[in-house]
Design a protein around this ligand. Structure first.
Ligand code: F0G
Length: 431
């Protein structure tokens, strides 16, 4: 057929025979000849200038460093920095999914998804500032210890800046996606026979003795960048602060950074009240939660063990800064079991959002605080998802394909011969 009267806004046309059909025709190929289809649109009614102006207005960003969700806030990040090393990063979405309201018992839970950063985790926000600083001071090499995300981020930003990077990670304890990125971006990668805490001790010593610039979150410039998770979130909420911000906690750099951001934003009049922070650890790696339970009377070190390898940390470096953040925001620290982290991850993944295991700790934290009555269901809560679903594909494939008996959320793939009958048999089976 051909549209002879006035054309609809959009339609489909066969590139082989020219047959036209409606926009909503569900056939995957041309019904007349089997050719490939193409979508066509009526020309826009606006002039070229008006159209370009409209696109520019919607984009809402300027070129260069100001396109970054970190450097947009440069007056409160590093005002004197000029020539910045920016991907750009940040500009991560604030998401809402009803399935997660039901899972947590909340009315309207928001998720700040930091997995949307260029290397797939919030670390890029700190690293753009850290590597900018490394260049400003003329560092000849940069280094870090990492559970995987910091190393991937450092490797990428060091590559961009043209500075050699050295990373130390615990052998056999880093998620596949993170190790693959670190190698691909070209960092000199040492697999240390030990845990993250051994790596951190070693890299601090190496940087002192060998003159390599240390870019773990011990480095305060990293934290200045990470503050922008909170600043960008507040901007997205029109500077109306939420009641709670809930985040996973390992080395405690992020807990420190978010606390600093909120206190400064309040002091400088950007917000009228301070949201409470909730830092969530895995039970097997919870020295900070243990300390919180005793009102921070003691600092603990533990041998850490958890499926959430990103936060498998027993002696967090930013402990003292994080104590300040929790105290000043009337925050709380809690520890949640690995099984619940995996259950929350399946819920986050299953609604199409997806995150890495450690990130799901914040969602468990929300549910637990609702259960305890500390968070009311109608309060405004933002849970930070710190890393992308593809960071840990090994763990995902084990969960969905291998664990026996299959966990409730497991989605077993089914291998078949290339025959229609096989598909019919699968579809006839109850799920
Ligand atoms: N979530 C993810 C995905 C992480 O990679 C980390 C830390 C955290 C949460 C905890 O943040 O350490 O500031 O309390 N990853 C570090 C790394 C340790 O080496 O990538 P934190």
């Amino acid at each position: 057929m051909k549209f002879r009267t006035e054309r609809p806004p959009s339609w489909q046309i066969c590139i082989a025979c020219g047959n036209e059909t409606t926009e909503l025709d569900p056939h995957p190929r041309c019904t007349a000849c089997g050719g490939l289809l193409e979508v066509q649109h009526r020309p826009p009614l606006l002039s070229r200038a008006a159209l370009i102006a409209r696109f520019a207005e919607r984009r809402g960003q300027r070129p260069g460093a100001l396109a970054s969700g970190v450097w947009r806030f440069h007056e409160v990040v590093l005002p004197s920095a000029e020539d910045v090393v920016s991907h750009p990063e940040g500009n991560t979405p604030l998401l809402h999914r009803e399935a997660l309201d039901r899972w947590t018992g909340m009315r309207h839970l928001l998720l700040k998804h930091e997995g949307h950063n260029p290397t797939g985790s919030f670390k890029d926000r700190g690293m753009t500032v850290g590597v900018t600083q490394a260049r400003r001071i003329g560092a000849t090499a940069v280094s870090c210890a990492s559970t995987g995300n910091t190393s991937a981020s450092l490797a990428a930003y060091a590559a961009q800046a043209g500075i050699p990077a050295l990373v130390l990670v615990p052998a056999g304890q880093v998620a596949m996606g993170k190790l693959a990125q670190t190698l691909a971006y070209g960092a000199r990668t040492l697999l240390v026979r030990g845990d993250f805490d051994d790596c951190l001790r070693l890299v601090e010593e190496a940087s002192r003795k060998l003159g390599v610039y240390l870019l773990n979150s011990v480095n305060p410039f990293r934290l200045e960048g990470q503050k922008t998770i909170a600043l960008e979130m507040l901007q997205q909420l029109d500077w109306e602060p939420p009641d709670w911000i809930v985040l996973p906690a390992g080395n405690l750099g992020n807990t420190a950074a978010l606390g600093k951001a909120l206190l400064e934003a309040h002091r400088w009049g950007l917000i009228s009240r301070i949201p409470r922070l909730a830092a969530v650890q895995a039970i097997g790696a919870a020295p900070f939660a243990r300390s919180f339970a005793e009102d921070f009377a003691h600092r603990y070190k533990v041998r850490a063990e958890t499926v959430a390898t990103a936060i498998r940390i027993g002696d967090p470096a930013s402990f003292d800064r994080a104590v300040h953040s929790i105290r000043e925001t009337e925050g709380v620290v809690l520890a949640v079991p690995d099984e619940e982290i995996l259950e929350a991850k399946a819920a986050v993944d299953g609604c199409g959002v997806g995150c890495e295991p450690a990130s799901a700790a914040s969602v468990v934290g929300v549910r637990e605080l609702v259960r305890r009555g500390l968070i009311e269901p109608e309060e405004h809560v933002v849970a930070v998802l710190t890393g992308h679903i593809l960071k840990d594909p090994g763990m995902l494939l084990r969960y969905h394909r291998e664990i026996e008996p299959a966990p409730t959320g497991a989605n077993r793939p089914i291998e078949i011969d290339a025959e229609l009958g096989e598909i019919e048999r699968v579809l006839a089976r109850p799920e």
